[in-house]
Design a protein around this ligand. Structure first.
Ligand code: CP
Length: 331
């Protein structure tokens, strides 16, 4: 496996099967590389809340002997300016150029967690925050969810599907489900990207108006008939997202899209999957979530091993970078 210099999508994975095999190896023996990160530091920078990503990445770092530094940027950092040439006489106290360069001196790897604005599609899909960190840091950067993709989650989802699949080409359904707030398209986009890379077709179902960007859905069947999509499904991946066009809206569908036991009975004794957090009895009923067919806790467990593979691969590439203790390294 060739070490990547960053991890922001499945395109940074050179051998997907080898990455999956390594994740399985970590499931079986999480401490097999416990000295790999000795003397090195990983910075985890959060621009929005997280439970799973934060704790699983911390656990992955500890399993590799890395020392983590965690910062909630919006609460404890200065507000960052991302635009060049700005006269900084308003609220933003620190420019990304200095901020990223300084953090690079303290950390050997940097993880970034951002959310989209859901108001400016161009800026969100340009991944402004992540791209600016990639440009101005001098150490490897990995995404802990960006404006439009959630690769650590999708790697986990693929690992979980591989663990539970009962046939080589299972029927995988991605179904939209209701939510009271406008949510990003990142999990759905990323899920499709990783399933593509693994050679899986995904049947997509959502209410009219909730079409995802075609870049992610090309080649996959799409239907507005949720029950039709669920028929014979082996995996039901459930997620809410707001509209892509017009951007960030949440028009109410004419029918109820919550996943229920009745709908799951249409599947091939299929597994229910969701990235969490999930709103009970809005997205999915208690009965489905608490059933033996629900894999949500298993998915969350696999977050550690997926993150551990990503940190491992980036660490193996750090020889090409200056280490955090090697002093000045401005570009
Ligand atoms: N699935 C996921 O990313 O969970 P958190 O938002 O809690 O990190």
């Amino acid at each position: 496996m060739k070490p990547p210099t960053s991890f922001t999508s499945v395109h940074d994975v050179d051998q997907l099967d080898a990455w999956l095999d390594q994740a399985v190896a970590y499931q079986q023996n999480p401490l097999q590389d416990q000295h790999l990160g000795r003397g090195k530091t990983v910075g985890l920078l959060f621009f929005n809340p997280s439970l799973r990503t934060r704790l699983s990445t911390l656990r992955a770092a500890y399993n590799l002997g890395l020392q983590p530094i965690v910062m909630d940027m919006n609460q404890h950092g200065w507000q960052l300016e991302f635009a060049d040439g700005t006269i900084m006489n308003q609220g933003k106290a620190e420019h990304i150029r200095e901020g990223a360069a300084v953090i690079s001196q303290y950390c050997d790897l940097i993880g970034i967690r951002t959310f989209p604005s859901l108001t400016d599609r161009e800026t969100d899909y340009a991944e402004q925050v992540l791209q600016q960190f990639l440009t101005h840091t001098t150490v490897p950067v990995f995404s802990m969810e960006s404006a439009t993709l959630h690769p650590l989650q999708s790697f986990t989802d693929l690992l979980t599907i591989r663990e539970y699949q009962r046939k080589a080409q299972p029927k995988i359904v991605l179904t939209w489900a209701p939510h009271p707030k406008a949510l990003p398209q990142a999990v759905a986009n990323s899920f499709l990207q990783w399933m593509n890379a693994a050679g899986h077709s995904v049947t997509i179902t959502h209410p009219p108006g909730y079409e995802l960007k075609t870049e992610f859905t090309e080649g996959h069947p799409i239907t507005h008939q949720q029950r039709e999509a669920l028929a014979g499904a082996d995996f039901v991946y459930t997620k809410n997202w707001s509209t892509y066009a017009p951007y960030g809206q949440i028009p109410q569908p004419t029918t109820d899209w919550m996943v229920t036991t009745d709908k799951m009975s249409l599947t091939n004794n299929g597994y229910f999957m969701h990235c969490l957090p999930v709103r009970r009895n809005v997205v999915v009923t208690d009965a489905v979530l608490d059933s033996p067919q629900s894999l949500v806790i298993e998915q969350a467990n696999n977050r550690t091993y997926a993150a551990q593979v990503v940190l491992r691969q980036l660490l193996k590439g750090t020889n090409g970078f200056k280490s955090a203790s090697s002093g000045k390294r401005r570009t």
